[in-house]
Design a protein around this ligand. Structure first.
Ligand code: PMP
Length: 358
């Protein structure tokens, strides 16, 4: 039996996708080989690579002056690569600090160059992301960095600012969950293991001109330009994760694209927030305007009951609801692939739990 898997990542994948992977795992399209046993330059994998890029371009309506890249090292590597490529001497980068992930991005950027923290609400309770209006933007920043969805605190940017400097955004936990106007962004990066596929690749969408100004002595493998010029095939791309991403993007397209994903994501999240708000027994962690559609975080007023909640939920097949180890509480991650009936099952468990212990 498949679990209702609320894991924050690596996270649930669409069941149809997993079944398709299973059905062609040993023999990919009558080749007698698994896709993961084939050359990353052969015709079968090349077709997968190209389809994945083209699906992402279609889904996000990406303009032609951008490139779609597959990189490695997770979003954590992007925390370093973005400033390594963009932030030169005598330049400054603006960063918003919205929580744990933004804090990590800032820490890395500070190793490379000058960082200006334009707003810091990382310690606010209830949790939130800054308003653009409160950001103390520099006059000539090389870029402005945001974390679109703080996976741990459950706070999300609902709109993106029209920023004068290029926006560099960590979208690890909400990429492909909603339509975007890509022309607002300079770089978007996301580790795959939440909304995209298995861990092992990082999706990067970059406005090509931003890849031109890297320092001369930056090794090739760390340059965005190298990935653009080589269609992400400078070295061996993680072929299997790209293949799964191909199937996931196909699944999204077949299920109505990003508008449909967004509608369903909002419906699932709103149901859960209503269940939290309709009683004093539970209390939401993030301020209402910033509540994430992806990671719903809350506490039980009597915090002593939280571990029992997680334990009893698990017995009812509602798995991995424990909040991040750094903050505790309860977190339900309900990415694109998480089914609505799993949300309904959690809500009915929450009501029963309150009746029993409230
Ligand atoms: N940013 C965000 C918003 C995340 O949620 C995560 C992982 N949970 C990371 C960055 C780090 O990603 P990775 O483990 O792929 O380096």
């Amino acid at each position: 039996m498949r679990a209702y898997n609320f894991s924050a990542g690596p996270a649930i994948l669409p069941e149809e996708v997993l079944k398709e992977v299973q059905s062609e795992l040993l023999d990919y399209q009558n080749s007698g080989m698994s896709i993961m046993e084939m050359s990353h330059r052969g015709k079968e994998y090349s077709a997968v690579h190209e389809e994945t890029i083209s699906n992402i371009i279609d889904l996000l309506n990406i303009p032609s002056e951008y490139s779609v890249l597959f990189m490695t090292g997770g979003a954590s590597t992007q925390f370093a690569l973005a400033p390594m490529n963009l932030l030169g001497k005598n330049q400054v980068a603006d960063y918003t600090n919205s929580g744990s992930w933004a804090t990590k991005a800032i820490k890395e950027a500070k190793l490379i160059g000058d960082v200006n923290i334009v707003a810091d609400c990382s310690k606010d309770i209830p949790t939130r992301v800054p308003n653009y209006e409160e950001c103390n933007i520099s006059k000539n920043a090389t870029y402005l960095h945001l974390t679109s969805n703080e996976t741990i605190s459950g706070a999300q940017w609902k709109d993106f600012p029209d920023s004068d400097s290029p926006l560099v955004v960590d979208m690890s936990s909400d990429i492909l969950s909603r339509p975007l106007d890509i022309s607002k962004f300079g770089i978007i990066y996301a580790g795959a293991q939440k909304n995209l596929g298995p861990a092992g690749i990082t999706l990067v969408i970059i406005k090509n001109e931003l890849a031109e100004s890297h320092p001369e002595d930056l090794p090739n493998i760390f340059r965005y330009k190298t990935y653009i010029d080589n269609n992400s095939l400078f070295n061996t791309v993680p072929t299997f994760p790209v293949y799964v991403l191909c199937l996931v993007t196909r699944w999204i397209k077949n299920n109505g694209g990003l508008s449909a994903m967004h509608q369903l994501n909002q419906k699932k999240a709103n149901k859960l927030y209503e269940a939290i708000d309709c009683t004093d027994f539970y209390s939401g962690t993030a301020v209402k305007e910033c509540r994430s559609d992806m990671n719903i975080t809350w506490r039980i007023k009597n915090e002593n009951l939280e571990s029992l909640f997680i334990e009893e939920a698990s017995k009812e097949n509602l798995k991995t609801l424990k909040g991040h180890r750094s903050v505790g509480g309860i977190r339900a991650s309900v990415y694109n692939a998480f089914p609505e009936n799993g949300v309904d099952a959690l809500i009915s468990f929450m009501k029963n739990f309150e009746n029993k212990y409230g």
